[in-house]
Design a protein around this ligand. Structure first.
Ligand code: ADP
Length: 541
């Protein structure tokens, strides 16, 4: 067989030769903008030439501070296909973390959306390697900003207009293509570097029917940010397959997303659970008949949420599991043929798992004390570990790397899981979130799932708080749905019988909102800080 490298330049060629008339749609403040894949590919090639003109090193880091747009997608390919490394900056990180990752990655240029320039500007003086700032106009007003005195702002469109399309040729499939930092809930974020090969293979995996099955006929709405783990591979897969892409731009409010789903006849819309919680009521009364799949991951998808979509939209949510470290998609919860005639309840339970490993990914669970591999019996719980060609082998230039890998090179995910005999992974917790009550573990994820099944609950997170006798006991932090009422006693009564008696939360606190991380997950760290001194009513027992 021919030994041809698995590199991303071939995807751009496909876009211009095989799907030139397909569209990339971007929602902007001034309305919807459309470019064809053909126009996009031409712009991408001219952008790569502009990187040469700017003097960006042959393997330099090209950073983005941007929403999901067609321009951001140009950078997704212009950087790696010209040999450089795309570095997507998470716009919601703490400022000092943005400074850390820009300097750690040694970014040479940052492409920033006009609407985000105000957020970035004060940090610009803290960047040690950045030589150019390129502004992508998105209709936001032009204003003078602190931090930018004496800094030349280049204009994305002017750069493109001055160039001819560049030729792409990457021969080494192991060359770095892009990088992304984890959101760093503890300590500084850690960098993961993807190669052309890993990205190519992950793109193929996004097209497997038994994953999310991206195809030419799809109209893809990546609500998941392009700075969050490669937009889950959908940006690459959309280009490779020749799908229509719908980019939501800066306006991420539920009504706007629901509007795009209807007006653009979106078939595949992907985002974290909190997004779909917000969007569901906005879909009421709209034509959602084009939708065929709603991939969702990043944190556990509550069964009640998936079932609510099945009831209202006619489609349950398709849960996937992954990490920045795993490119990210590693497992997807499709229902296998031999279980497909189960009851509605059984199918809902399957879809509430994190799914089965994709072809190409190996998963195992290991005893946390001994490291010994545990059986796939649906009850043995251990640390989930992953291996495969799109799973990272290390963190970029980071002394913390070794502790995250086993002696035989598997990634230690920090998730605690069981695996069923049919290969379905069920994450019961993150190692640092389990509630350790009297030497036994309570799964905060399972408890949250049951609490969120109560119709009066909008959101809920469970954390462990100190208890003199049991060392830790669960505290439920609950957001009541608008116009609903709920007391702690009613909730406990509802849970009684749904979970083991000793799992019942010792207390319920009602809060306005569950704090979220930079990528929209429940931030249990914030809750733990807030309720660190909470005295449980059972503390004296
Ligand atoms: P970060 O680690 O910075 O929060 P990632 O998006 O890389 O960002 O997070 C990966 C983690 O997210 C996983 O280790 C897991 O704990 C959690 N996660 C991802 N998908 C799911 C899912 N479907 N169910 C439960 N947890 C999930």
């Amino acid at each position: 067989m021919q030994d041809r490298p698995l590199t991303l330049d071939g995807f751009v060629e496909r876009a211009e030769r095989l799907s030139p008339r397909k569209e990339i749609v971007t929602a902007t403040v001034g309305g919807v903008e459309r470019v064809t894949h053909g126009e996009w590919a031409d712009r991408t090639r001219r952008l790569a030439a502009a990187l040469d003109t700017l003097g960006v090193s042959a393997d330099g880091r090209v950073a983005t501070f941007a929403w999901n747009t067609a321009r951001h997608l140009e950078l997704y390919f212009a950087a790696p296909c010209s040999g450089r490394v795309l570095h997507t900056l998470n716009i919601r990180l703490f400022p000092e973390q943005v400074t850390y990752i820009v300097n750690h990655a040694q970014d040479e240029v940052i492409f920033v959306d006009r609407s985000l320039l105000g957020l970035l500007a004060p940090l610009v003086p803290t960047f040690t390697t950045v030589r150019h700032l390129v502004v992508m106009e998105d209709g936001a007003p032009v204003t003078d900003l602190d931090g930018l005195d004496g800094v030349e702002l280049l204009d994305h469109e002017a750069l493109l207009a001055a160039e001819q399309p560049a030729e792409f040729r990457i021969d080494d499939e192991l060359r770095a293509a892009s990088m992304c930092y984890t959101s760093g809930t503890t300590g500084n974020p850690k960098g993961v570097v993807y190669t052309h090969r890993s990205t190519y293979l992950h793109t193929m995996a996004a097209m497997f029917t038994d994953s999310v099955g991206v195809s030419e006929s799809d109209t893809i709405l990546p609500v998941v940010p392009m700075f969050h783990a490669n937009a889950w591979g959908l940006a690459h897969a959309g280009v490779a397959a020749g799908s229509t892409l719908v980019m939501p731009g800066p306006n991420m409010v539920p009504a706007a997303l629901a509007g795009l789903i209807e007006s653009e006849r979106v078939t595949l819309a992907a985002g974290v659970p909190t997004i779909w919680m917000g969007v569901l009521p906005e879909l009421a009364g709209r034509d959602t008949s084009a939708l065929r799949v709603i991939p969702c991951g990043g944190s556990a998808v509550p069964k009640a949420l998936s079932e609510a979509y099945r009831a209202q939209v006619g489609l349950p949510i398709l849960q996937a599991w992954g990490m920045t470290e795993t490119s990210p998609v590693a497992s997807v919860a499709n229902v296998v043929s031999w279980l497909a005639d189960g009851s509605d309840e059984e199918l809902a339970d399957l879809r509430a798992t994190q799914g089965r490993p994709l072809v190409g990914v190996q998963l195992r669970i290991a005893d946390q004390a001994t490291g010994e591999e545990l059986p796939w019996d649906g009850t043995s719980r251990g640390e989930l570990q992953a291996a495969g060609p799109w799973i990272t082998a290390s963190y970029h230039d980071d002394p913390r790397s070794p502790e995250s890998f086993t002696d035989d090179g598997w990634l230690r995910t920090g998730d605690v899981a069981v695996i069923t005999p049919d290969g379905y992974v069920r994450i019961v917790d993150r190692t640092k979130d389990v509630v350790k009550s009297g030497g036994e573990w309570i799964s905060s994820v399972e408890l949250e799932n049951e609490i969120m099944a109560h119709p009066a609950v909008a959101e809920a997170a469970v954390i462990g708080v100190p208890h003199p006798k049991w060392s830790e006991r669960p505290l439920a932090c609950v957001v009541v749905a608008p116009d609903a009422e709920l007391t702690a006693d009613e909730l406990i009564e509802f849970l009684d019988g749904r979970v083991a008696k000793w799992w019942l939360p010792d207390d319920v606190v009602f809060i306005d909102e569950v704090p979220k991380t930079s990528v929209g997950k429940f931030s249990k760290k914030d809750l733990r800080d807030r309720f660190a001194d909470h005295v449980l009513p059972t503390a004296g027992d």
